[in-house]
Design a protein around this ligand. Sequence first.
Ligand code: SAM
Ligand code: SF4
Length: 319
Amino acid sequence: MIADLRVSVTDRCNFRCQYCMPAEGLAWMDRQSILTFEEIERLVSLMTKLGVRDVRLTGGEPLVRRDFPQLVARLSALGTIADLSLTTNGYLLKRDAAALVEAGLNRINVSIDSLERDRFFQLTRRDSMDQVLEGLETIMAQPGIGSVKVNAVAIRDFTEEEVPRFCELARNRGCQVRFIEFMPLDGDRSWDPSQVLTGGELRELVEKIYPLVEVEREPSATARVYRFADGKGEIGFINPVSEPFCSDCNRLRLTADGKLRTCLFSINETDLREPLRTGASDAEIEAVIREAVAGKELRHRISESDFLQPERTMSAIGG
Ligand code: SAM
Ligand code: SF4
């Protein structure tokens, strides 16, 4: 059953991470094509009736969408979402942290790929590490927030050097750090398997400094989580390339322009915006969603010779 929905609220972003967007950005979707808050709310409400329990808001960068905390408040007020979470680059988090928690956000993931200013700049093409870390501190200080995690995309010949710094963050700041393997969804389309630093390799690097003990995981959890053997914090590894978790995937994605995707790597998608805007009833939209879900891919084919990178890049899908 599909229990997890990722909703992209915009394809726009204030960063240009090397593994996601080209330096010059992308041609943004035109504003008319972006779902309104009302439209998102209706689709999310319908999908929770079909079994979705957890909703993660993402993008692009969600916090660049005007009045974004209002969307969080609307979704939270539905009362049908068990876990409402957000993925953000953290740049505007200092500004929005209190409003987001007030609006009903349960959990947050902040993406940070380097804890060294020049290297952060190199990867994101923005000299913004200090502002992001301030955002992280601000959200961690909010009494109402359930959990705060830090996500780092792992890239060979870059991330190895970050491992000791991320271990210290996880051990001393009380936020779980998770490394995500680099996937072929970059805007430059220059991904190559040799750039993937696997979770297994990273775990070995961590274990050279600190022994780890595996934490039991839920079948549908994407991360393998370990706690430091001395009890100080947790670290996780999301390994979609080296250890695909497709058979346990219970996830759907809704793009900012209203397309339903049943896999990150889907070649086909289902348009929900058209029925929404042409007066379809809830039952009719439900039928379209059910049909799309019935066709959900069994697995991705990243490591196969006939793999086709989807036309949309990560920022236009919603990671
Ligand atoms: N802008 C927000 C952010 O960066 O957190 C939300 C959207 S971003 C597309 C969501 C997540 O996807 C981020 O953690 C980002 O690091 C990750 N991501 C982007 N491109 C990726 C890629 N090619 N491989 C693996 N993860 C990627
Ligand atoms: Fe923007 Fe997030 Fe993509 Fe970086 S990973 S360019 S912050 S959407």
